[in-house]
Design a protein around this ligand. Sequence first.
Ligand SMILES: NC(=O)c1ccc[n+]([C@@H]2O[C@H](COP(=O)([O-])OP(=O)(O)OC[C@H]3O[C@@H](n4cnc5c(N)ncnc54)[C@H](OP(=O)(O)O)[C@@H]3O)[C@@H](O)[C@H]2O)c1
Length: 300
Amino acid sequence: MAPIQNVALLGADGNLGPAILHALLSAKYTLTVLKRHSSTTPDTYPSPTKTLRIPDDLDHTALTTALTGQDALIVTIKGSQTEIQKELADAAQAAGVRRFIPADFGSCDSSTAEAQELVPLFKHKAQLRSYLQSLTLKHPTFTWTSLVTGHFFDWSLPFIHVNLAERKADVLDEGQHCCSMSTLARIGEATVRVLQREEVTANRMLFVQSFCVRQGVVVEAFEKATEEAWGVEKFPADEFRVREKTKAEEGDVNAVENLVYYLGVVDGDWTKKHGFAMDLLGLEDEDVNAVVKDVIKRFT
Ligand SMILES: NC(=O)c1ccc[n+]([C@@H]2O[C@H](COP(=O)([O-])OP(=O)(O)OC[C@H]3O[C@@H](n4cnc5c(N)ncnc54)[C@H](OP(=O)(O)O)[C@@H]3O)[C@@H](O)[C@H]2O)c1
């Protein structure tokens, strides 16, 4: 079979989409950005990206027509939009798309009972993977790959409890938990590698990272790069989980983010996961100190 060449991307204007778009173009894929008719973001993607509008109601026939000729569909809309993604997967299958990459890119291993119990989103992500798996059983030429990346390291420092302006960071317990995190560029690179290694990545949840280090090491990297001592607040992980869970149940959206943060720290070591895919994808860890220096430049 010819390698994947024609790739469609839905969600190019979100938090993650631009990094994936950049990686796909760098790898010379023939890229089509799909976007809703109602989308107000400008179609100013680097050449030679094509843009194709799709109906807001994701009409199956129109979507299937739009996807015909595509080898792969990558979705970077919100992970909570699972019903939309099922419709996308159905149309992709009908159009003969070979690889579907859903909006997973998770901070956490959403297959665990704890993740699903703490954050409803992860139950939905797991249900979507089951749906994709059932689709592939019925239609074996349709395949999927889900990437789990750990916390995005260079997206939102507050999300990972790093306060650059005030030189402060929080850690859980003593900062000893090793957790895998990825830069946006690494996620783009990993996505390309999935497409390049089509056979070995089919129908799998794969774990990738820029690095897997203790939270304390991240703090040290920020201290080294800023040449200042940072204030570190330590939170006992169990107490943190219980408190944030209570708040999340009362509707506190920030607490839900904190539970995602908690999970990505205490159960975020991808090197121990069955689907750890750095070797499979031919990727190597990045240097945390170098990445932190870049992040500081970007956010100052
Ligand atoms: N691991 C982490 O730390 C982390 C952090 C953030 C996100 N994520 C994951 O990364 C993935 C992408 O998230 P994101 O934050 O980048 O998403 P996002 O910013 O919310 O995505 C926005 C994009 O989705 C499009 N979109 C929204 N609703 C749509 C609809 N109904 N139909 C078609 N297109 C629609 C928007 O297009 P319009 O122009 O039409 O509005 C825009 O291009 C998700 O799976 C998320 O869970 C992980």
